[in-house]
Ligand binder design. Sequence first.
Ligand code: GMP
Length: 278
Amino acid sequence: MLYTRASEAANVIAGRAPGPIGAGVVLGSGLGGLADRLSDPVAMPYAELPHFPMTTVAGHPGRLLIGGIGGLRVAMFQGRFHHYEGHDLECVTFPIRVLHRLGVPRVILTAATGGIRDDLGPGSIVCLSDHLNLMGVSPLRGRNDDRLGPRFLDLSEVYSSRLRSLAREEAARLGFVLPEGVYACMPGPNYETPAEIRMLRALGADVVGMSTVPEAIVARHSGLEVLGLVIVTNWAAGISPAPLSHAEVIEASLAVGGRLADLIDAVLRRLSTEPDAG
Ligand code: GMP
């Protein structure tokens, strides 16, 4: 049972790195470098944790790190699971269930995306305000375990307005404006056609990717606060004449990753000053 599996993984993690954890962070393609900022990290390869699937994507090494950032203990997932790898959405979102069983109150989701909106070109950092789940399935499909969350979940505010304004303030302090945008989640693994991107634009999407949304839904199901911070690594298909490639995505996210890392670092430090920091 999912509840039992998540609890077993959480118990092993808590045994190896005891103590309350104030935030989880899921690191997207090419963004693994943020983990270098953790003080006294304890690294746990997914292979050593019960019930964790294996990652198969370049740029996703596959381990959990627990360490400190400015007084806050943080759990960072370096390497995530995607639906397009063949994992079902229960596997994809398993790390979020584990955060819940560890008692972690909030999660920051990061990702590489294609830019659709005119002002969101490569190199932009975007704070998610909402999403379109176009995967054709919800990660909550199947029998509901009430210990994990409610059967029918309200998604009126997936991405916490409190965390969004906090992130905006910290970006301003770092000297840049943090735009907000709507993330369209496609199943992948192929990139979109130009016609699909025109469709997504008409539907109100600002950026497009193949992750984040299942995790955000499960985080809300688990009662976690969610912040989504994504990097635009490329213009979405058809906007520029250049063909899309994962090598370009990794290169671009490595180039901007430092600035996103600064922002997440600042947000975590700010959270560490809150009374419920953990
Ligand atoms: O390079 C592929 C990886 O980056 C996937 O994990 C996607 O989530 C993300 N990605 C970056 N750019 C794009 C894009 O233009 N479209 C889609 N669907 N995913 C993208």
